[in-house]
Design a protein around this ligand. Structure first.
Ligand SMILES: Nc1nc2c(ncn2[C@@H]2O[C@H](COP(=O)(O)OP(=O)(O)OP(=O)(O)O)[C@@H](O)[C@H]2O)c(=O)[nH]1
Ligand SMILES: [Mg+2]
Length: 450
């Protein structure tokens, strides 16, 4: 096993930086380049020493080194964390010197991958590390931190063990088929399958919320040309990001930008105005609007209340009908052009704003925040990612098939295949079952040094 090194803190100008070394030769290699008040071999685990980092007797920096002896470290191996001054030059020189003395540069996520392989954390916890680092909201970070602390996997593992057990009992029963012995207790099988089904359904239902917490709440602004979408986009972002003009068809490609409303990360999208057009480029932009309508968590339909109000309402109703699972918010724009804000629409739940002035933008923000906040589950134990979502959907399908098989009194052989399939997919969630390819795809998403 090689001893790896990488900068654990962000690269760039900073007061301090941390360089992490992990592997069987950590202590031996760092001893060659550290001249401190005590020797690494003389002290207990979890000790910090102060001294000089040296390269061929040249002092490179004043450093502290934190010593973690195997197995009581992040990776489970001997680990040293070197605290040095920040900036690119010193950190690169320290890493370079360590490589010259026998370390190799760590790959993305290699420290966390080693922690997993050495049994320090499971895959669900490892994936929480990425979510914690990349969190865009406090709620997302808190959920990832809860996931990182573990506990959740115990539940998965218990179900995994039960599934493996009932699958093997069913197979065993097959061996004694001629003797007609009932080895597998049908109630136990049923209960395990139902419990697994319940957990998977609950987790799968939390996927949307997890995606919002991880990536932000996706809000698409759509409407007729010139309704003021780009003006609203800029007003919400509080900066001039999109071009505004009185020429209909100004925005063609969609434009994305991020903002926060309280603690919720919002991904805002300005889109091309919807109309029939013979202009090829504009038509391509309009096609994309429909993709955004289906991808968004909320569609803000902007209606100019001074022009084409009937046409706009017709379009709104058509889109709403076509995307009937989607959440819409009808917003009336250009209220400044109507005396005493006299525009009332009793048939729709909508709000009046002026994007240009701007007026009631805060009110709109608070409505968006309410909708976003209702979509996120703050008490979830896990921030489900796509990999886990696909695996749990496979588990659910296999479990449903096993339940169906039991009801139809199908042969144990078929039921056992479904249950084994469910167990395999469930085991892959926490990493009870894994292979090199899966690990590589998971950890390649990490940064170097984590
Ligand atoms: N009076 C008034 N004018 C507005 C308001 N919002 C936008 N406008 C004007 O309406 C015109 C169109 O605004 P845009 O924001 O470019 O409209 P859009 O919906 O993005 O238009 P397309 O990109 O062509 O689809 C501009 O002249 C804006 O200044 C408003 O609240 N009040
Ligand atoms: Mg525009």
């Amino acid at each position: 096993m090689k001893t790896i090194v990488a900068q654990a803190t962000a690269i760039g100008i900073s007061g301090l930086a941390v360089i992490r070394v992990s592997g069987p030769q950590s202590f031996e290699i760092v001893s060659k380049v550290f001249n401190g008040n005590k020797k690494i071999s003389e002290v207990n685990s979890h000790t910090i020493l102060y001294g000089n980092f040296i390269d061929n007797e040249n002092i490179i920096d004043d450093v502290t080194i934190s010593i973690f002896k195997s197995p009581h470290s992040y990776t489970g191996e001997d680990v040293i964390e070197i605290g040095c001054h920040g900036g690119k030059v010193i950190t690169l020189k320290i890493i370079d010197t360590l490589i010259c003395n026998g370390c190799v540069l760590a790959g993305p996520g290699e420290f966390t991958q080693r922690a997993f392989v050495n049994g320090r954390i499971d895959l669900v916890q490892a994936e929480a590390v990425v979510d914690l680092i990349h969190s865009t909201s406090l709620t997302g970070a808190i959920t990832a931190s809860r996931q990182l602390r573990g506990g959740f996997t115990k539940h998965l593992n218990k179900l995994y063990d039960n599934l493996v057990k009932i699958a093997s009992l069913l197979e065993l029963e097959l061996d004694f088929a001629e003797d007609a012995i009932d080895i597998a207790n049908k109630d136990e099988i049923n209960n395990t399958l139902l419990e697994t089904k319940l957990l998977c359904s609950k987790l799968i239902a939390s996927y949307k919320s997890a995606t919002i917490l991880r990536d932000g709440f996706y809000v698409a602004i759509v409407g007729l040309p010139n309704s003021g979408k780009s003006t609203l986009f800029n007003a919400l972002l509080n900066k001039t990001r999109a071009i505004v003009s009185d020429i209909p068809g100004t925005t063609r490609d969609y434009i994305e930008d991020g903002m926060f409303i309280n603690n919720v990360a919002i991904k805002l999208i300005d889109t091309a105005g919807l109309r029939k057009t013979s202009d090829y480029v504009e038509a391509e932009g309009i096609k994309l609007v429909y993709d955004k309508i289906s991808e968004a968590n909320l569609v803000v339909f902007l209606r100019d209340i001074t022009e084409n109000t009937e046409q706009s309402l017709k379009l709104y109703n058509n889109i709403k009908e076509k995307y009937n699972d989607q959440t819409f918010l009808l917003v009336n724009n250009k209220s400044d052009l109507i005396k005493n804000s006299s525009f009332h629409d009793n048939n729709h739940n909508c709000i009046n704003i002026s994007a240009k002035n701007p007026t009631d933008i805060e009110k709109l923000k608070s409505v968006i925040w309410d909708i976003a906040n209702n979509c996120v589950d703050k008490d979830e134990d896990i921030l489900l990612n796509q990999r886990q979502f696909i695996l749990l959907s496979n588990v659910l399908q296999a479990v449903n098939s096993a339940i169906d098989g039991l009801e139809k009194n199908m042969s144990n052989e078929f039921i056992a295949i479904d249950i084994k399939n469910a167990a395999e997919n469930l085991g892959a969630v926490s990493g009870r079952q894994w292979n090199e390819e899966v690990l590589n795809s998971i950890f390649s998403k990490f940064c170097i040094g984590k």
